[in-house]
Design a binder for this molecule. Sequence first.
Ligand code: PRP
Length: 204
Amino acid sequence: MINIALPKGRLGEKVYAALAAAGYGCKEYSPNSRKLIFRDDQNGVSYFWVKPSDVAVYVELGAADVGVLGKDLIDEMQPDVYELLDLKLGTCRMCIAALKDFEDDFVKPLRVATKFVRSAEKYFSSVGREIEIIHLNGSIELAPVLGLSDVIFDLVETGKTLTENNLKIVRQVSSISARLIANKSSYQFGRKEIDRLTERLKGG
Ligand code: PRP
């Protein structure tokens, strides 16, 4: 039996579809259900629906053997897990964006609004730019519009949120996609089973 933590929401549903196609379907699965655990003894799989930002916690602490989450959260949380596969789903970009007429004033620290505090600090320190972090939990694009920050450090998927709020990309920092991660001891003791799942997801 493999226990899999999936991120609730659109990405999780896409990942479940990929797993089901790879032979890890679950008869009781229903996207409209409020149930948080789905189990299929025949396929030897059990799914947990968790908040995307909690997937790493479930996997690192061993409540789930494997899980799927975005590279953005892996970079931010740096969980002590194995990263096994790029699923090439949920692709987007981590970007710095600002109002269309923004010009950097290098004399002052740059005010950066973000959910990804650690990743933003790491990036700006790597380019030697002094910053002041404004830690928000959502609707990050609002911060420069209201003068709360100079720039945002956030995910861009279609670019629609930026366009509709009169913002532009200043720099693309990295490419993001969903990754399969594994608990270290689950992998040590159940390597065969987890490798089989990884290979099947690759299409092998
Ligand atoms: C994410 C991200 C951007 C938006 C980008 O927000 O933080 O705000 O999606 O998507 P787009 O480029 O396709 O417009 P999310 O939907 O997770 O909501 P949030 O405001 O709670 O962060």
